[in-house]
Design a protein around this ligand. Structure first.
Ligand code: BF8
Length: 640
């Protein structure tokens, strides 16, 4: 196993950028510092034109906005709008995939149904008859159920949450007034309520935050993943490599970046079929690699190599070896177009929502997917021809990585041990303390935390204390690059209990070695798979999800989407660590609500820890408290 740590990868790329005179996000962050303290605390309001209003939380200066709004209401209102931003992204993604699937079923878009098993399992959940029916007809019924959610004005419960979410938690959400009907109506209501002169009650606003987060969880994440599995198949365990060293000097390198596999699946498909055109142009082959979440999507279904997480997206361009960077939606830095201009790289935008000056825009609509994808691949080959005989700088860092651990894949592996009760070995080992608990370490990569390897250091502490880690998003790239997604990492980092159980499970399942200690579950939308796993374990134990010895962490928060995803975990009763602090500290009541009082509402709290060991220690303590509450008195078994 080759293993590197991310700062090595990044310092190599930063050295190349500096040598070539290219500014990076770190330079721009330094120029921007110190950043606005009012903004950081959440007490800057730009909602109306009597403002912007700024409230000094330390008592100097005005204590309300011009309209009289309190600091807590200001903070809560800002947080609601952040959550709407995150939820809109995921719900928009879900709707795009839904319409693509509808068009595919109607013969209007060139996509097939690769996930028949997902169609059948969803049919069971949604009471769609399957006996003697064609799979496309079953699928059409599911599409109509999902479409109904986006059109309804009857205030009846949303199908995807009311059928997909666990029943015990639904009762809690009903009691708290958090259940919802049409996600679009709720997004409108949240924007309306948070505009000037409406909701000014911080508690009411924070309940809207939780409700919006639930919408994210079920009509965003879960719906997207269910539909993508129908179209592209449910991921299976596979092997890949991660880090910039996956670029190939003599190949046409196409970096797919963004989130929506409706585009990247077609780029991959046509790259495989147009390889001979690349060879004719002088290349060894076409090498499709993945950046950010679209990278996770392709890696877990096709083993596509993972080139970069979000804060490396501009850095891999300085290699000069990326012939085309093709982007769809979300987390696309406008700066990418400027860096691409320094090289022969074709920076290609495809979605009408993502127009970036100096990018080459090739509109991509699912109905004409094949034509657009072929055009994009040809642009990449042309860019390769332009760079021929020019030197490239590809740092030779990469690590192996096991990817694609969907819940179905995990159950598949465990079934080899106990086909009748696949989760039993996991449950037994949680009970005896070999698995101390579970941590979902998810979210972004932030240049504020990268140089300290925040995520890697935190995960090392967790594994040493026998906490099994699951990961998604850019965090999955970070951990993949650092070698945590390999069987070898089990021996390197795990405490004795976790090492023993992962070794026994891996060997019994016929893998010839331990399971990796960090399980790659996909992109950020695949946090719904993390929820599905927790629900399955909770069901098997006969407890609520919030009672499990489990905790979440977004150790390098960047995006609004991470806020709404975190909120969906809080609504389930799963406490979350986060760094940096969300923008709430200027509102004492909101801060107390999220860090303490929420425990009496959903059972979860938020914890801010900016340093890796402190974060891991809190997570381990929290898991210990959950174990004690469940009566698992072997709370310290296996801890070093
Ligand atoms: O949805 S982890 S920087 S790429 S927001 Fe964006 Fe964050 Fe990366 Fe994926 Ni998720």
């Amino acid at each position: 196993m080759t293993s590197v740590n991310v700062p090595v990868v990044e310092s190599a790329l930063l050295e190349i950028a500096s040598r070539k005179g290219i500014k990076t996000g770190r330079d721009r962050l330094a120029e921007m510092s110190p950043q606005c303290g009012f903004g950081e605390l959440g007490t800057c309001c730009r909602t109306c034109y009597m403002g912007p209003c700024r409230i000094d939380p330390f008592g100097d200066g005005p204590q309300t906005g011009v309209c009289g709004i309190s600091p807590d209401a200001m903070v809560a209102r800002n947080m609601l709008r952040e959550t709407v931003g995150g939820t809109s992204s995921h719900v928009g993604h879900a709707r795009h995939v839904l319409l693509t699937l509808r068009d595919a079923l109607d013969g209007k878009a060139p996509y097939e149904i690769k996930g028949e098993s997902k169609v059948l399992s969803l049919a069971k959940i949604f009471d769609v008859p399957t006996e003697g029916r064609e799979i496309v007809d079953v699928c059409r019924d599911l599409v109509n159920i999902a479409l109904e959610d986006f059109g309804r004005q009857d205030e009846l419960p949303n199908n995807w949450i009311s059928k997909r979410a666990p029943q015990a938690e639904q009762q809690m959400w009903k009691d708290l007034g958090l259940m919802y009907s049409n996600p679009h109506n709720e997004i409108e209501t949240a924007m309306h309520a948070s505009s000037m002169g409406n909701d000014a009650d911080p508690l009411s606003l924070m309940m809207r935050v939780l409700k919006m987060s639930l919408i994210d969880g079920w009509s965003g994440l879960a719906l997207t993943v269910d539909l993508q599995d129908i179209l592209f198949g449910t991921p299976e365990v596979g092997f890949t490599e991660a880090a910039v060293g996956v670029l190939e000097a003599n190949s046409v390198n196409i970096a797919t970046h963004g989130h929506n596999p409706v585009l990247s699946e077609k780029i991959l498909y046509w790259s495989e079929r147009m390889n001979s055109e690349a060879v004719t142009a002088g290349a060894e082959r076409i090498n499709v690699v993945g950046v950010c979440c679209t990278g996770n999507e392709l890696s877990m279904r096709h083993g596509v190599k993972l080139a970069a997480h979000n804060s490396q997206s501009e850095l891999i361009l300085v290699t000069g070896a990326v012939d085309a960077m093709v982007v769809d939606i979300q987390c696309i830095w406008p700066q990418l177009a400027q860096v691409a201009k320094c090289f022969d790289t074709a920076f290609i935008t495809t979605d009408p929502m993502v127009r970036i000056p100096d990018a080459h825009h090739i509109p991509f609509e699912p109905q004409h997917a094949d034509e657009s994808a072929q055009q994009i691949v040809r642009e990449a080959i042309a860019a390769f021809q332009r760079r021929q005989d020019k030197p490239v700088d590809i740092p030779q860092h990469k690590s192996e990585a096991v990817v694609g651990l969907s819940v179905e894949a995990i159950v598949g592996v465990l079934s080899k041990l106990d086909p009748d009760d696949p989760l039993k070995p996991v449950i037994d080992n949680v009970a005896n303390g070999n698995i101390f608990g579970f941590a979902g370490v998810v979210g972004c990569s932030s240049i504020r935390f990268r140089d300290g390897a925040m995520t890697e250091e935190m995960v090392k502490h967790l594994l040493a204390h026998n906490v099994l880690v699951v990961t998604t998003g850019c965090t999955a790239h970070i951990l993949g690059q650092a070698g945590f997604l390999t069987p070898g990492a089990t021996n390197l980092y795990c405490g004795d209990g976790l090492k023993a159980v992962l070794t026994a499970l891996g060997e019994a399942a016929g893998l010839g070695g331990p399971l990796p200690p960090v399980w790659h579950m996909g992109a950020c939308v695949d946090n719904s798979r993390v929820v599905d796993l927790l629900v399955a374990v909770a069901d098997r134990l006969g407890v609520k999800v919030g009672q499990l010895p489990a905790v979440g962490s977004a150790p390098e928060l960047v995006q609004e989407k991470a806020i709404s995803i975190g909120g969906s975990f809080l609504a389930l009763g799963v406490s979350c660590h986060i760094a940096p602090a969300p923008r709430i500290l200027g509102g004492p009541m909101v801060t107390q609500l999220l860090t303490q009082d929420l425990a009496d509402v959903t059972g979860a709290v938020v914890r801010v820890e900016l340093e890796a060991k402190g974060a891991a220690d809190w997570m381990i303590d929290h898991i210990g408290e959950k174990r004690a509450a469940l009566g698992l008195d072997l709370a310290t078994v296996g801890a070093p």
